[in-house]
Design a protein around this ligand. Sequence first.
Ligand code: SF4
Length: 320
Amino acid sequence: MTAKGASQDLTQAIKEIALRSGAALVGVASIDRWDPQPPYGDRAPRGHHPRDFVPEAKSVIVIAQPILNAVMDAPAVLADMDIELIPPDIKYPYLEVLYNTTGHHLQDEMLQFIGQILGQHLMSSGFDAMVFPTTGIHPRLPDASIPEKQIWQGPSRQWSDQFSPFRYSPGPFSHRHAATRAGLGEFGYNNIVLTPQFGPRNRFNSIITDAELVADPLISQPICLRDDCLLCQKACYMGAITMRDDPQVKDYRSVPKVDKARIFIDTPAKTDPVLCNSRRDRIAEAPIRGDCARVCPVPKERTHLPKRLQALMEEWKSRP
Ligand code: SF4
């Protein structure tokens, strides 16, 4: 339903500019979608709500670009091979940089660029707009002698009442939560947003504005295959992904029960960022980052996968 006063023309113009500037997907969320929603009643943390950035915010525009399939898959497949010209002890860092450059930094920069263009258009139309970095930010530490890990990760650090419960340096605004609220997709069991077009292979960014735009409908059909799949959680080398109702892994995100019959506007799962980020410290031959997305069979099963994921996929396909 179109909110009274929402501008069809401005919404149309914003979407056209976003797509013309390089966004592959664009959606609009109305501000009321940040009211806590059933079943978990999740709320944006203080300082991370749209109205903390734009007090009269009425809409959030979400833009996305895909991670290209070969960009996601090839570095992980190459990790199974001896690569000519690359010394063995450099192979993993080399492949990580290949993936991060083409599957992360590229989209991060482009989505920030598109956000600025949309922000300028909104400003010239008489509205306020807030734009964001695509990913987390890493502030300069007050005491450079304290390792960054110690600041965020908690128990071993000296300010035990001040560390972030997130246990990593978060972004200022959750583009994943904005993406589901803008009708672009739903969360999967991998704690990543899946879109019908690209599965979990997306990067997102958001623009908050006080312009009243026409909101897109929320996703109405599940995208994640749920208990019929579970490939992402099996693929995680570190066991870093758990469901929010797992009684063995209780923290501030825990809920009594995950309702699998609903669309996952809020995430059903949680990731331990310390475990995820320390995989190479613990296991020299840990896979290239992203197996929890790489193995996902949405929107279609991938075939160019490293041997370990291929074996998981074959096992899944042969299930009774
Ligand atoms: S791998 Fe399966 S369970 Fe995990 S997000 Fe994708 S569809 Fe859902």
